[in-house]
Design a protein around this ligand. Structure first.
Ligand SMILES: Cc1cc2nc3c(=O)[nH]c(=O)nc-3n(C[C@H](O)[C@H](O)[C@H](O)COP(=O)(O)OP(=O)(O)OC[C@H]3O[C@@H](n4cnc5c(N)ncnc54)[C@H](O)[C@@H]3O)c2cc1C
Length: 638
């Protein structure tokens, strides 16, 4: 046989080995192993939880528990949410195999299901803290299940609906709010342009007024003015809020918001509107982000959202807010609710990631310490504890802080608006950054299993990454907070008045004196750590003000002096810790772990525990794991 024939014959033999069934010849039989009889803790009959979890839950969720359970119930009942039963338990999770277009249509079907069951009732037409808390609670539940669904609803209700509510007046409320709640139209929110995202004041879309016809004319004058990333625009939205420069008699009155139809009720794009797709994203593919161009589109004069400023039929510009900066700030009001929901949802997602990673670490074993000995639980490795437990402790702190932010928001008054803007920006940035770090650690802590989409942590990284960018880029928000703190500091120092709000009140007290001997017990005490932070903040603020003033003395404007002193004055990260009843908890399941002894809980503000009646429960131990607390504080400190 020549070489060619030998190779052909060899290939045929290999192929037939693959194709023809052969008797299986095993030399060893699988012997029973502990792994095969493994049962995850939630399925085991002996319940390891030694305290009332409902009390813990009511502390953490904080409000509207029945509403949350009702919505969880609706979600698990419907096949639209990929219900699966395993081991007697029901699981729901988005299907990661679907195409972008399938995901977008599923989002709309899920919205229809929730709409029919009254989930959105009162979200825009209801008023008062109770209605708002119900809305926030239900939105949190939705975001835990499917981020695309939450964002798509958020754009329609919080951004489009919020803009109509906050920037519009009675004529807009009567016409649009109930219709929005009932999804008779689908709204989107076109603020960002290709050329201007964070710098909203720089948007290039132009709107002029035609007094002969009583219409506004909206135009996209150049490619960089195309609206970009607009959630809902690519496939479904019928109306948009357009943010545009308003020119009256040739004079620019700054950015204003208008209602503009972009599709008819059959889904056809309106005349003089062009729409394109933003394409596949690293997450959130159930949301149809799109680009919009306006080619001299005409809308009635009444479509200007006129709570801040109006234009008379004859074309006179009317506004009770004469200060251009204040007028612009008023137009950004709808973004505050978005920041509150993003901050809160980031906390819930970190909780899910940590629950998954910690449960896994309580079941997964790797390496044995003795020959033929049992392998060690991952969570019994000190390094594993140090990776996950500080993150767990931090998320308890953030959970309470997020609750406090929600309470501030729903009980807002005109006087508290500035503080809410600052706190919501700070928490949005801090919690979303923390969420991404937490998810990455959890992903790695689960090893290869963390990569599997079904285990959720991996997809969360893609889904929630955008939290640091939309509704205010985190770095840009941090700069705004720094400016606000700087302004507060300068005003109080110059006018010799006490600090009030923004977490700077500690500066009304004498400068803390640190003990000369730093023993371990002192280092671990929360009083010492707070003193340290207060000193740090005083020092950073003082130095920051001095540097800005130095540049101003050299002729720089306040704005440019501020930018010259940046990079980020990171004291802002800490400024709100005073308002954080930060607590350290470790789940009771961990108490069986070597090295941790008992489960423990420590809080610098026990109010929450007293309220929940948990104090005195057997698992409550005053005391703390010093290193964990230090990590928490340092992280807030930046
Ligand atoms: C998935 C998704 C959905 C979105 N949905 C909507 C929507 O529905 N409607 C809408 O209007 N917009 C939407 N956006 C747009 C979003 O709000 C913007 O992307 C965001 O405001 C940031 O703008 P930008 O992308 O232009 O980034 P830029 O503003 O160009 O920022 C780029 C980088 O520069 C930095 N930077 C910017 N300014 C400064 C400065 N002064 N000093 C130092 N650093 C600076 C930022 O920190 C950032 O890292 C969405 C975006 C995404 C990704």
């Amino acid at each position: 046989m020549d070489n060619d024939n030998r190779r052909a014959s060899r290939r045929t033999e290999v192929l037939s080995n693959h194709l023809l069934p052969r008797p299986h010849t095993t030399t060893t039989l699988l012997s029973p192993s502990n792994c095969l009889s493994y049962s995850p803790p939630e399925l085991s009959s002996s319940n390891p939880v030694s305290f009332d979890t409902s009390v813990m839950r009511s502390l953490l969720d904080g409000h509207n528990l029945d509403d949350r359970d009702w919505l969880f119930g609706l979600i698990v009942q419907s096949p639209l949410f990929n219900r699966q039963e395993r081991g007697g338990r029901v699981f729901v999770s988005v299907d990661y195999n679907h195409t972008m277009e399938q995901q977008r249509e599923e989002t709309m079907r899920r919205i229809g299901y929730l709409l029919d069951r009254g989930v959105f009732r009162g979200w825009l037409t209801g008023d008062g803290p109770q209605e708002e808390l119900r809305k926030l609670a239900l939105h949190e539940v939705i975001s835990m299940y499917d981020h695309s669904l939450a964002v798509k609803i958020g754009v329609h209700i919080f951004l489009w609906g919020g803009a109509v509510k906050f920037l519009g007046t009675k004529r807009h409320h009567d016409k649009w709010l109930r219709a929005t709640e009932n999804y008779e139209l689908k709204g989107c929110f076109a603020m960002t342009e290709l050329g201007h995202g964070s710098n909203v004041r720089g948007v290039e879309t132009v709107t002029t007024y035609d007094s002969r016809s009583g219409e506004f004319v909206i135009n996209t004058p150049c490619e960089s003015a195309q609206k970009y990333w607009i959630g809902g625009a690519a496939n479904h939205a019928t109306h948009t809020i357009v943010f545009s420069q308003l020119y009256i008699n040739g004079g620019n009155q700054g950015v204003h918001a208008f209602i503009c139809p972009i599709r008819d009720s059959s889904g056809n794009v309106c005349p003089n509107i062009r729409i394109a797709e933003c394409g596949h994203k690293i997450g959130l593919n159930g949301v149809d982000n799109g680009r919009i161009w306006f080619d001299n589109v005409r809308i009635p004069r009444e479509n200007l959202l006129n709570s801040v400023a109006d234009v008379s039929p004859r074309g006179e510009y009317l506004s009770s807010i004469k200060n251009v900066d204040q007028r612009f700030a008023a137009f950004l009001a709808p973004l505050t609710s978005g920041r509150v929901t993003i901050a809160s949802s980031a906390v819930y997602i970190s909780k899910i990631g940590l629950s998954i990673a910690i449960r896994y670490a309580l079941t997964r074993r790797a390496f044995s310490m003795t020959p033929n000995g049992p392998e060690v639980l991952l969570l019994d490795y000190p390094s594993h504890q140090q990776r996950l437990l500080p993150l767990l402790a931090k998320i308890y702190a953030m959970s309470f802080a997020g609750l406090e932010l929600k309470m501030m928001y729903v009980n807002r008054t005109p006087e508290s608006n500035k503080e809410i803007h600052i706190v919501s920006s700070a928490y949005k940035a801090t919690f979303t950054w923390n969420n991404m770090r937490t998810l990455q650690e959890c992903r790695e802590a689960c090893g290869g299993q963390g990569v599997k989409s079904e285990n959720r942590i991996g997809p969360f990284k893609g889904e929630f990454d955008v939290h640091s960018t939309f509704e205010g880029d985190n770095n840009v928000l941090m700069q705004q907070i720094s400016k606000a703190l700087l302004g507060e500091y300068i005003v109080c120092q110059t006018k010799k008045q006490p600090f009030r709000g923004l977490g700077l009140e500690h500066m009304n007290n004498p400068v803390p004196v640190l003990p000369s001997q730093l023993r371990s017990s002192i280092l671990r005490s929360s009083e010492f750590q707070l003193d340290l932070f207060h000193l740090r903040e005083r020092d950073l603020l003082g130095r920051f003000v001095a540097e800005v003033s130095q540049y101003q003395a050299q002729g720089e404007s306040k704005e440019s002096a501020f930018n010259l002193v940046s990079p980020l004055p990171c004291f802002v990260n800490y400024s709100f810790i005073d308002s954080l009843p930060y607590s350290l908890y470790v789940l009771p399941e961990l108490s069986s772990c070597r090295g941790l002894g008992q489960s423990f809980l420590r809080t610098s503000n026990t109010e929450n525990l007293h309220r929940g009646g948990v104090e005195g429960a057997s698992w409550f131990i005053e005391g703390c794991l010093g290193s964990v607390e230090v990590v928490i504080c340092l992280d807030f400190c930046g």
